[in-house]
Design a protein around this ligand. Sequence first.
Ligand code: URA
Length: 518
Amino acid sequence: MRQIGLFDAGTTAGLKRQSSLSDAGDTRTIQAGFRNVVFYPDFNNWWSSASQCLQENVSPSKVWWTENRNAARAPRKSLAMKESAGFIQEATAASCHRSEDRWALLYSILWRLTHDEPQLLELSGDPQVAKLHQYAKAVARDVHKMKAFVRFRKVEGESPGCVPRYISWFEPQHFIVEYAAPFFKRRFSNMHWSILTPVGCAHWEGEGDLWFSDSVDKDVAPDGDQFEDAWRVYYKSIFNPARLKISAMQSEMPKKYWKNLPEAKEITALVASAEVSTQRMIKQRKVADNFHCGARPAHPDQIVHQQIQATDGSSLQALRLQASLCSGCPQSVAATQTVFGEGPDNARLMIIGEQPGDEEDLHGKPFIGPAGKVLDAALKHAGIDRRQCYLTNAVKHFGFEPRGKRRLHKRPDASVVRACAQWLQQELSCVNPEVVVYLGATAASTCFGPQVRVSRDRGKLIYKDARQHLITTHPSSILRLNRGAAQQNAYLQFINDLKLCASAVGLENKARLMVNKH
Ligand code: URA
């Protein structure tokens, strides 16, 4: 992991801020009738010079647009244009395009819009309009990729208590840093971050204004952090070989971005093993389908009753057997079987999910499907051994809506959660954990009622009924986010929440990790 240069200390000291001087671009006349406009190359500054040229009736063939990053900058003002509101939006995007002819193109279109062609933008066959659309589209695509592929690395501040800075290296195709930065400000408003690129850098200090500095070299940016492995394990765990479409993947995540994506290091190996993994999944699925479509797993009631008799009536084993006969809610009718909790009866940490999913329903075990894989990876990175935890669900039967051959997850309603509460209460009394983790709102509502809000209440230890409780997000909500910085952030927050629980039960102390309560 490299953390060198300017960002060793987690600060941006030493970066040269771009100036924000006043006075519009210099529109010096160089020959009779010709105008050489020297301006700072962004839309605001071009607009200010272009408006002046329009006022002075300088036709497009008489203007030369000369970019100069040291030119004085015009004060930013809100732009309006009665002739064509759509022009400003599209021209702002197109102005970030790499091609040198963009300023002349924009001025020519502006001239025509204001000289008897107000409907010009509707003529998509017009070569200049077509070029404008093409430039704006290419920039929009580049911004989309930036939103998806910016990966922040955490750099700790030098002195204790100093806020960490999150730094990303990204290589855009066009000059989009200032244009795209407000998105990152909104999305990561609480963090101090910098996005470094070869065409300029954007910075946010958690408050105030975004600021921008000149380009830096890649080696200024850190190329790893303590979460790097976590992110890669996460990516591996959500990779579904059966859904692999290499061409679609490469068009969504072109190879040129791979070198800056921590998870891309896994792609080659995952793709190479996809065929074998898919065959394995198909085989498992066949076994599961036979199991599901034929007779339901035989639970002849008397056998179970006999087994219950043979147990100590208050044990987890007795509860599990009793729950296997439960038909207390509509979900129990359609589901394959009861999926009861799993783990040591003296676990110090209990994790409660919402309800089993498709795979859990078929195999009778909690958290073995895609959400379970995310949970496993996060537990591992939080230093928690899954085998030492008791994992269960608020609802013990899979609730779904059939869609063709597929069974789509359906959130359990409050009456189902209430009907199932007796099992969870008994699991809690049997296991008596020190800390309970609730994954998502359904699980949290079993302890905190329907008014609980995961976004508001998550991530803190709450003392109640003689134990600590922590609400966090459900791993499937992380899976549902579009791949990108938001998903990465959600996953890292999830790990942090689990780490807090680990420290509350002393699980972060490896010596105690394998030791149960009694
Ligand atoms: N989601 C849950 O909430 N529980 C499981 O067991 C699996 C997925």
